[in-house]
Design a protein around this ligand. Structure first.
Ligand SMILES: NC(=O)c1ccc[n+]([C@@H]2O[C@H](COP(=O)([O-])OP(=O)(O)OC[C@H]3O[C@@H](n4cnc5c(N)ncnc54)[C@H](O)[C@@H]3O)[C@@H](O)[C@H]2O)c1
Length: 361
């Protein structure tokens, strides 16, 4: 079981270089890492809105330093990473939205592909033992919508630019691992590199547009109808703390064994724990005690895979990682976070972080 005490043994007083620290997952990660006693250096663009989670938790006060700069600037990434001499690197920074990928494909490929290469390349110049966990997504697989349960060895692909850009990132990670961070020369380069493929996450403090749970909560709060674009699509819904707990656990395993875990891991809910968008909406409405929804009839929508399921046996077998919250709990915790206007964001997050890590699988 991943507990705060266990993680603290690896992270207390250690230096963590976290890209994308101002984003949704990044802000939760900053809070966990600061609870673990790590020194954090963040590298990302500024939070998009004043009300973003990073600002609500006063993220700048939790980081030793926060660099607001573009991940596409290879020289800056190298300078900031190498200067900090991190024990751990977590690469979260990305253009993470499918819809924006259609609108700005070139930017998406640059940030997600080149940005990933920049972080890996910077690691070549770091003369220190370091563990890097590179975040991609469950959308990296060639998805023919035929109910495949994707394994890590399945073919990479990507219909839309976002998915393809993350598949590109996976290929870049694999190439750097083979070419520059090969396990045969671990004593020379001292780098352990893994990639993690998690699915859609939900949790309090995600204020991005076009993400289903924030959309639902916004509509409930305004007494509007919730509009569902793909009511029958299934997604492996997961609380944001699940992948973050897994990334941290994986990093500890990589400290204990610097070659065994230098590979890719799927992270998602249990096989049977998959809900449709409509089911998710019903659970959220039930938890909120109000709200109703409508289904959008527009047939000219952009292509988005309807079904996406991950086989997570490798993470279970090799890392001993297994989800703690089922989809229903994840949705309920999320709705609870948003609808509690009395408590400040830091307290709400800290409370859920404690609950999560104390929970048995
Ligand atoms: N949220 C999800 O459901 C989900 C699912 C699968 C994978 N992921 C992946 O997890 C990671 C974090 O996602 P998130 O949900 O926190 O996204 P987010 O949009 O909330 O945060 C993205 C972060 O990346 C930074 N960033 C974006 N463009 C940048 C640039 N050009 N230069 C420097 N920094 C830049 C932003 O400043 C921000 O800190 C991403 O790699 C994403 O693809 C997210």
């Amino acid at each position: 079981m991943v507990t705060i005490e266990h993680l603290g043994k690896y992270f207390k007083g250690k230096k963590v270089f976290l890209t994308g620290h101002t984003g949704f997952k990044g802000a939760w990660m900053v809070q966990i890492l600061s609870m673990l006693g790590a020194e954090i250096k963040g590298y990302a663009l500024a939070p998009e809105k004043d009300g973003d989670l990073y600002n609500l938790i006063n993220g700048n006060a939790l980081c030793q330093s926060s660099i607001v700069h573009d991940i596409r600037d290879a020289e800056a990434v190298r300078r900031e990473l190498v200067r900090f001499e991190p024990d751990f690197v977590f690469h979260f920074a990305a253009q993470p939205l499918v819809i924006r990928g259609y609108e700005e494909p070139l930017y998406t490929f640059e940030v997600n592909g080149q940005g990933t290469a920049n972080v890996l390349d910077a690691l070549k110049f770091l003369e220190k033992r370091s563990v890097a966990v590179m975040v991609t997504t469950d959308k990296v697989y060639e998805n023919l919508d035929d109910n495949t349960l994707f394994k890590e060895t399945d073919k990479l692909g990507g219909y839309d630019p976002y998915s393809a850009s993350k598949a590109v990132a996976e290929i870049i990670i694999s190439s750097y691992r083979s070419s520059f961070f090969n396990h045969e020369k671990i004593d020379v380069h001292q780098k352990s590199i893994a990639s993690v493929r998690a699915g859609n996450v939900i949790g309090g403090g995600d204020f991005a547009d076009n993400r289903i749970v924030p959309d639902i909560v916004r509509a409930i709060k305004k007494n509007d109808l919730v509009t569902l674009r793909n009511p029958h699509a299934t997604r492996p819904w997961q609380h944001v703390l699940e992948p973050l707990g897994a990334y941290l656990l994986l990093a500890t395993k990589m400290v204990d064994n610097d070659v065994k875990y230098n590979t890719s891991y799927n992270l998602g809910p249990k096989k049977m724990d998959v809900l449709t968008v409509e089911e998710l909406t019903r659970i959220a409405i039930a938890k909120a005690g109000k709200g109703s929804y409508q289904i959008e009839e527009n047939q000219n929508k952009l292509h988005e895979a309807s079904n996406l399921m991950l086989d997570i046996d490798k993470a279970k077998r090799e890392l001993g990682w297994w989800p703690k919250f089922d989809s229903r709990t994840a949705i309920e915790k999320t709705v609870e976070w948003y609808l509690d206007d009395e408590t400040d964001a830091t307290t709400k997050c800290q409370r859920q972080i404690q609950e999560y890590f104390e929970q048995h699988n």
